[in-house]
Design a protein around this ligand. Structure first.
Ligand code: HEC
Ligand code: HEC
Length: 346
């Protein structure tokens, strides 16, 4: 090879490397920010959101946590994300079918727990949000939730004594932009992994089910896991489980997004991890207990054109079946996660 060619090739490689560096800017991690690793639990599939465009860092995560707990993201200061997503309830709203929002209003759906969100291709009960990074815009601007305007939020953050330096630590300079705010919130919410329940320890060989839990697990695998599929306890599909529509809320679920009659009354299969602490249940929180949900499958399924074939004839459950299933479902509570100080109010 001639010297000329060698030089050309070297030039080409150097330019290429510079270009690759330039394109990598997407997540814009601050020069000093310390990366945190996002560890996929053993045996789990690859997450849907993988932080490649929004590198997970300690500073980005901490900024996201501060924002998550900050009332100033809402119009009257009273409704931070955390007002509806409470850690001890696995970030669902404790004990409320619907959540309080701005101006004495309520949400129309039950607030889901937040954990393993990075594995969800579509969030919200109707799958209406396909990009985790834009998800916070929905509660932020909804008149019955935080009722704020993005520009107002940014002005409040810019006027604050601390935020400019926190944005600098996370993203390299003091510019406070909506994109960076959304990245930081996504780092916090996306990094919430719940994978340390008794069930997980049993799977790792570090604990044993009791006889009741084991019987419940076998029942679960035969009657429930086609939809609540392990290890995430959801197959991320949308199904109509025969829950009659609430005549006042008139929520037709997935059909609101796709406009397809075939999607009428289909809702996302919720994960059942931490289910014992996320009562009440169902997309509108109409079931007060896990037993009520089971009784629905046993005797309450209302058939319609879109009712899922798996529940069309109900799922027969005896009193004993319910007892064993409850024992198993309680093994899905991850006390490490709901007490993890990394996710608590700073
Ligand atoms: C007023 C109560 C309320 C506030 C405040 C709130 N949320 Fe929610 N959140 C909900 C409800 C209700 C849902 C379900 C919405 C739906 O399915 O249509 C939800 C859904 C979500 C989801 C999707 C979960 C899933 O499994 O589909 C995420 C993520 C989320 N919220 C994060 C946030 C963040 C981040 C904030 C703050 C920027 C926030 N929420 C503020 C009530 C609230
Ligand atoms: C055909 C799929 C399917 C099967 C089979 C199924 N589920 Fe569900 N499950 C769902 C869907 C979808 C929802 C949400 C329903 C809604 O609110 O519209 C749900 C909701 C739940 C909830 C409420 C969770 C929450 O956070 O609100 C529990 C508990 C539950 N199911 C337990 C079970 C058990 C136990 C079995 C087996 C006996 C079972 N499911 C079988 C699809 C299924």
């Amino acid at each position: 090879m001639t010297v000329k060619w060698t030089i050309l090739i070297i030039l080409f490689l150097v330019t290429g490397a510079v270009l690759v560096q330039a394109c990598k800017k997407s997540g814009d991690a601050g020069a000093q920010a310390n990366p945190i690793s996002f560890d996929i639990p053993a045996g789990w599939p690859a997450p849907h959101y993988n932080f490649s465009g929004n590198p997970l860092t300690q500073q980005g995560f901490e900024l996201g946590r501060k924002l998550f707990y900050d009332g100033r993201l809402s119009k009257d200061g009273n409704f931070p994300c955390a007002s509806c997503h409470q850690q001890f309830a696995a970030f669902s709203t404790f004990d409320h079918p619907l959540s309080h929002g701005f101006g004495d209003q309520f949400t129309t759906r039950n607030a889901p727990g937040l954990y393993n969100i990075a594995w969800q291709p579509l969030t919200h009960w109707d799958g209406g949000i396909a990009n985790l990074e834009v998800q916070p815009l929905a509660p932020l601007t909804a008149p019955n939730e935080m009722a704020e305007d993005l520009n107002n939020v940014l002005s409040k953050l810019k006027a604050d004594g601390n935020y400019p330096s926190l944005f600098k630590a996370a993203f390299g300079d003091e510019n406070i932009t909506s994109q960076r705010m959304l990245w930081a919130l996504t780092q916090f919410v996306g990094a919430m992994i719940s994978a340390d329940s008794k069930y997980d320890r049993v799977k790792k060989g570090a604990a044993n089910f009791t006889a009741d839990e084991q019987t419940g697990y076998a029942l679960f695998q035969s009657k429930c896991s086609s939809c609540h599929t392990e290890p995430l306890f959801t197959d991320n599909s949308f199904r109509n489980t025969g829950i009659p529509v609430d005549p006042t809320i008139k929520d037709y679920g997935r059909m609101h997004i796709t406009r397809q009659p075939a999607d009428s009354l289909r809702f996302k299969v919720p994960s059942l991890r931490n289910v014992a602490v996320t009562a009440p249940y169902g997309h509108d929180g109409r079931f007060l207990s896990m037993s009520q949900v089971m009784e629905h499958y046993n005797s309450g399924v209302q058939n319609g054109p879109t009712t899922d074939p798996l529940v069309k004839n109900g799922i027969p459950l005896t009193i004993n079946d319910k007892f064993y299933l409850l024992a198993f479902l309680r093994t899905l509570t991850d006390s490490t996660f709901i007490k993890d100080s990394r996710f608590s109010q700073p």
